[in-house]
Design a protein around this ligand. Structure first.
Ligand SMILES: N[C@@H](CCC(=O)N[C@@H](CS)C(=O)NCC(=O)O)C(=O)O
Length: 202
């Protein structure tokens, strides 16, 4: 069975949990934040050189990086596809995910640090406001992409999965999808009604 190194509030881990849930692939979750977990565990470090989650072991395959893991799952378990068949569109989706990893996911990660991880007396309102503005600009672009479509590339895909957990976490960071972004608001509701959304919240 696939072993997934993760922790419950890790958005990047949830990307992999979403793909596993969509494809109904059983897995064993190893919480790297549990008290007795050794972060230097050689099996874990073989899966993730940097000691980051998500990381998986599947037989003799050791991997980290959410999108790389999800592409691997797609190749090994093509039933219930989460990517189109043709390589050009796959490459476009990969490129889009890398771009929005910078435009959205990275900035949401910085907002997590500023709002939740830094001690209150070191948090800067100015930084939070700047990040919230940049995140809103990124979401405006996603909203435009979603015009006339249910999902970013038409069908539900690894592109939607790559940003879903991070967008869903915005309310705990004092922000949300702006009310005028109707396409994106409908998109999130659509995703939240998929059974994989609840299953991946663990
Ligand atoms: N680019 C990586 C990011 C992985 C990452 O930053 N994971 C965080 C949790 S969401 C982590 O392991 N943080 C612990 C640490 O940095 O030590 C991916 O997409 O998987």
């Amino acid at each position: 069975m696939i072993r997934l190194y993760c922790f419950p509030r890790s958005g990047n881990s949830r990307e992999v949990k979403l793909a596993l849930a969509e494809k109904n692939i059983p897995f064993e979750a190893v919480d790297v934040h549990q008290k007795d977990f050794n972060k230097e565990d050689p099996e874990f470090r073989k899966a993730s050189l940097q000691g980051k989650v998500p990381a998986i072991i599947d037989g003799d395959v050791y991997m980290s990086e959410a999108y790389a893991i999800n592409e691997y799952l797609e190749k090994k378990y093509p039933e219930k596809p989460l990517l189109p068949k043709d390589e050009t569109t796959r490459a476009k989706i990969r490129e889009w995910v890398a771009l929005y990893d910078k435009r959205l996911v990275l900035r949401i990660g910085l907002l997590v640090i500023e709002c939740l991880l830094k001690p209150k007396d070191q948090q800067k309102e100015e930084t939070k406001t700047k990040l919230r503005g940049e995140i809103a600009s990124g979401m405006k672009e996603v909203d435009a992409l979603l015009a006339g479509k249910d999902y970013i590339f038409g069908d539900y895909s690894l592109a939607d999965i790559a940003i879903t957990p991070h967008i869903a976490a915005l309310p705990i960071l004092g922000t949300a999808i702006p009310a005028d972004l109707k396409n994106m608001t409908a998109w999130l509701t659509r995703i939240q009604t998929r059974p994989s959304f609840q299953k991946s919240a663990l």
